[in-house]
Design a protein around this ligand. Structure first.
Ligand SMILES: [Mn+2]
Length: 454
């Protein structure tokens, strides 16, 4: 979700859930065991397989315009190598930069989660390698914002891809109004035009998605919309497997499998909408990788850990990660939720820059008050789940008093002030929340009442 999450409509994804559950019920347990228990054809130590091909791909020739020479491309095409994907992506980014109207594009959705990125990359790669067309995967966020998605960065890195190689929102903005010849949409079924120009939505030729069909782009010749657990499963079934190219499949297998196991929590049909399509795709991808059950589990745990790892985030990144905004009474109020306790943030980032980043965030969103809510496992309390809340206002504001706001919040839910030596101004009002179940969903209605009275 983007940072400007004000009053966002309930997503199609959520609305689709009840129907999706039907599919789960039909996925028999026996399938779960068959997938997870599939026998590995190679040992776990063989997961990093690209060593032998590095030299060949590194020698791919480029002419003065950066066009990859035929021999180099042929080599990259036939070898199953993690470098081949990075070479393809850099090549595609260059081609897009030269003339966006000369290429086709494949767009993932604006959440830019692993499913979206994996699908866009896999579809673009498979099509580019098997047809004369260059299809460029385009990520619908700025490159720097990919750092907010450490699971995506990790998954890309593990297949030898740098985020620098991807074509992102700023590249699209630099395209000078040139519209790609064709657009493919994956992991969503309506072009929003919020991040990427609306004109790109006029030439949609193919949609592959697992959200409820909202009926846009009637002109799209091919539509595959099925409410399965992960769009990556559909991309494997309908694009990657039918290419008949095992080298292509192998190069995208780890990305697609990572997306599937994250989206379905390790193919848990009881809590996600994992369907037979997901089980079948995961089984095939696992075989391509030569992974055993332990290797898949290890991958899942690494990706899950990365997804929740905010230990390297700056204050600005924490604020942007999970942000919602409302008009409350006569005030614009934003609530940013993140997973780092304020003591740890203060310990790792200097007070002046925390204040500067809060001030900048407030100005960017045009809000009168910023509420920060943290949730974390408290190391001082044996890892018990804990929450904190703080209110801050623009430096220029003389309308709102944060102590007053906190006192009113405290009248509705139990809070206790934190002792924070050297706290930045933005965190002076920080309190511990004693009701650890009081998430943003519970606090937002309280804030509506608080700000209505101010
Ligand atoms: Mn998805």
């Amino acid at each position: 979700m983007g940072a400007d999450g004000r009053q966002r409509p309930r997503s199609a994804h959520r609305r689709a859930e009840p129907r999706a559950r039907g599919a789960i019920a039909r996925a028999p347990d026996v399938t779960t065991r068959a997938v997870v228990g599939a026998v590995a054809s190679r040992a776990r130590g063989a997961r990093e397989t690209s060593g032998a091909t590095r030299v060949g791909v590194a020698r791919v020739t480029r002419d003065a315009n950066g066009v990859v020479g035929r021999a180099g491309r042929a080599r990259a095409m036939t070898r199953a190598s993690s470098d081949a994907l990075d070479v393809f992506l850099r090549d595609a980014r260059d081609a897009f930069a030269r003339d966006a109207s000369a290429v086709a594009v494949c767009l993932g959705n604006e959440a830019c989660d692993l499913d979206s990125v994996a699908c866009a990359v896999a579809v673009a790669y498979a099509e580019s390698m098997t047809t004369k067309r260059t299809v460029v995967p385009v990520v619908q966020c700025e490159r720097k914002d990919l750092a907010l998605r450490p699971d995506v960065v990790l998954a890309l890195r593990s297949v030898g891809v740098s985020v620098e190689s991807l074509t992102c929102a700023e590249d699209a903005a630099a395209a000078d109004g040139r519209t790609p010849s064709e657009t493919r949409l994956v992991d969503h079924n309506a072009h929003t035009g919020r991040v990427i120009p609306a004109s790109w939505g006029e030439r949609v030729v193919r949609i592959i998605d697992h959200h409820e069909d909202i009926g846009a782009h009637a002109e799209a010749a091919e539509r595959t919309i099925e409410l399965v657990g992960s769009c990556s499963s559909l991309v494997y079934r309908d694009v990657v497997a039918p290419s008949g190219r095992e080298d292509i499949a192998r190069n995208v297998a780890r990305l697609l499998l990572g997306a599937i196991i994250l989206d379905t929590r390790m193919l848990d049909a009881s809590t996600t909408r994992a369907s037979p399509v997901d089980f079948a795709a995961a089984e095939a991808l696992q075989k391509l990788l030569g992974w055993d059950e332990g290797a898949v589990r290890e991958e899942y745990e690494a990706l899950s850990r990365a997804r929740h790892d905010q230990s390297s985030f700056t204050c600005a990144q924490l604020l942007a990660k999970d942000y919602k905004q409302w008009k409350m009474g006569r005030f614009e109020v934003g609530i940013a939720s993140f997973g780092v306790r304020v003591q740890d943030l203060i310990a790792r980032q200097d007070a002046a820059s925390i204040d500067a980043e809060c001030e900048e965030f407030i100005a960017k969103h045009g809000i009168d008050a910023l509420i920060m809510m943290t949730s974390f496992e408290n190391p001082d309390e044996g890892g018990a789940f804990a929450r904190q809340i703080a209110a801050t206002t623009p430096r220029s504001s003389d309308d709102l008093d944060t102590a007053d706001i906190m006192a009113k919040i405290g009248a509705a839910t139990d809070v206790t002030p934190l002792t924070l030596p050297h706290a930045p101004r933005a965190l002076h009002s920080a309190h511990a929340q004693l009701d650890v179940k009081a998430s943003r969903k519970k606090i937002a209605p309280i804030l509506f009442d608080v700000f209505a009275d101010l």
